[in-house]
Design a protein around this ligand. Structure first.
Ligand code: NAP
Length: 305
């Protein structure tokens, strides 16, 4: 039995495209409608058959939908919510997939009518690719999806959305939006900023030639470059909207970096060894939790070295 009668996907990129394919895989939506900003993306979505019907406007796409998913960059969510508000069906649920929660709630919630449920969400799954062709049905399998409903949210509406994500392969946690933003600043946002910086630094270093950087990248740099290839619009919005938590974690990061710098300068091998032992245990925990594979070279089998 489908969990929702009609699901409207607003934005048809990596996340919405993967949701469409995961919902089709499990027969979770009676019908899927969708729209995107550009005619080109709408045409690709039609060609791929992501939706049963692709509309030119968000207002048309949400008509009659019992679930509406905002899957556009964070900075575009408020305007989109204002645009669809008059066209939402009473009793429907609006959710989003934005990587930051507090700012999205502030931008979207004021536009949601009384009779409509707003249940913010964030699937912790993604790749460095974007656009309608980058989606795949397995993206959410065994990944976490965090819901941040308000305290007075309708429990049945929350439960229904939870069942959808679970049926798309995800595990669900519910938490407060501010806590979500802090957790993600540690696990995703700051690491991305560090990767962007490291790749930028390598780009600036004139003593190491570009060809050497590329040739020897398997020594660690390659993993930074993959993260640093992530969508610039999405990540600009993440840092503009999760400012406080990211700055807090960056402050701590800088302190630790200075401590390591000092240990290197003073030859404090014990400090370095203890630190790296602790970080190794964190990696082991991630593998044990099934969030990564323990294969050598992060599971790359045939990638060039
Ligand atoms: P994406 O592949 O770049 O797709 C974004 C979609 O939004 C496209 O259909 C695009 O339309 C549309 N769009 C872009 N700017 C718009 C605007 N100003 N107004 C209306 N529509 C606009 O992005 P995505 O990776 O799916 O990310 C979507 C959301 O998911 C973001 O909020 C992001 O924070 C969140 N998220 C991303 C990841 C990840 O790893 N990528 C993971 C979890 C959550 P056109 O193609 O026509 O421009």
């Amino acid at each position: 039995m489908p969990i929702y009668r009609r699901v409207a996907l607003l934005g048809l990129g990596l996340i919405a495209g993967s949701m469409a394919l995961a919902m089709r895989r499990g027969g979770l939506a009676g019908e899927i409608t969708g729209t995107a900003r550009s005619a080109e993306t709408r045409a690709i979505a039609k060609e791929l058959g992501l939706c049963d019907r692709v509309y030119d406007t968000a207002a048309e796409a949400v008509a009659g939908a019992d679930l509406v998913v905002l899957a556009v960059p964070i900075g575009a969510m408020g305007a989109l919510a204002a645009e669809i508000a008059p066209h939402l069906e009473p009793g429907a649920t609006v959710t989003d997939v934005g990587s930051v929660k507090r700012a999205v709630i502030e931008a979207v919630a004021p536009h949601i009518p009384e009779a409509v449920h707003f249940i913010p969400g964030h699937p912790l799954a993604g790749t460095e690719h974007s656009g309608p062709r980058s989606g795949f049905a397995e993206l959410f399998d065994n990944r976490w999806c965090i819901l941040t409903p308000a305290e007075d949210a309708d429990p049945q509406a929350v439960d229904r959305l939870r069942r959808l994500w679970e049926a798309m392969g995800a595990h669900i946690d519910c938490m407060d939006a501010a806590h979500h933003d802090l957790v993600l600043a540690v696990t995703s946002h700051t690491p991305h900023l560090i990767a962007y910086t490291m790749v930028g630094v390598a780009d600036d270093l004139r003593r190491v030639t570009d060809s050497e950087v590329i040739k020897y990248s398997a020594a660690g740099f390659r993993d930074f470059t993959r993260i640093a290839a992530s969508d610039p619009t999405m990540w600009r919005d993440v840092f503009l909207t999760n400012k406080d938590a990211t700055l807090e974690i960056l402050g701590r990061f800088t302190e630790e970096l200075f401590a390591l710098q000092r240990a290197i300068r003073t030859g404090d091998g014990d400090h370095l060894h203890a630190y790296f032992t602790r970080t190794r245990a964190i990696r082991r925990g991630i593998v044990e939790a099934g969030q990564d594979v323990d294969a050598p070279d992060f599971g790359r089998v045939k990638a060039g070295r």
